[in-house]
Design a protein around this ligand. Sequence first.
Ligand SMILES: [Zn+2]
Length: 254
Amino acid sequence: MNDDLIRQSAEIIQGSSKGIAFTGAGISTPSGIPDFRSHDSGLWQSVDAMAVASIWGFRQNPAGFFEWFYPLTELILAAKPNVAHKALAQLEAMGKLQAVITQNIDMLHTRAGNKTIYELHGHLREATCIHCFTVYPAEPIIAQFLKDKQVPHCPKCGSVLKPNAILFGEQLPIQQLLASQEAARRSDMVIVVGSSLEVAPASDIPILGKRNGAKLIIINLEPTPLDSMADVVIHENAALALPAILSCLESTSI
Ligand SMILES: [Zn+2]
């Protein structure tokens, strides 16, 4: 790992008090959750995933969706926050981060202890009836689903229940998106962790911050389209880079 880049990142964070973190699948892969939009994740084998994991696919063939969704749900429920999630929780506690904005549905930022989290692609805490729109706590529904693998139905009207994860073809939750954009405009530092920054409009968040004067740190295994505008780019596993930055920040040397 490049010590200079770690130190530069720590210095930027040191000088910030209104930072935001923007996270994607790469922060959760060390917790054992594959990038479910990535074709090498294994979750896509033998299915036309774009169709299965889309809102139109869901409405046409809920059983196909839930069959695809089953292994992902199992992985998410078994996963634990890793050192990268915990480092972000610590940065919030230190007054460096005002919010975490995430593309992940795995709820690991909540479990790591972050307080202000905007989940742009939804979560698995609730499920909604696609006909009468009644919202239910997802925990008992998921427990039942993992037991019997049956498509869950609405107790009120009998229609299918959809987890409150955002599928392909669905709008992002508008309140979460607006709050994220506002946090980006106010921010003095944006740290991108494990996102390829390819899915708009979510990927515009770091650009908004940068345009308003924030410093931009990108930690991602692969290059991203925003690398050229970043102040620091670290092509590294987040579970290695973030703890290194944190310990540099905590040392008295800067
Ligand atoms: Zn219903």
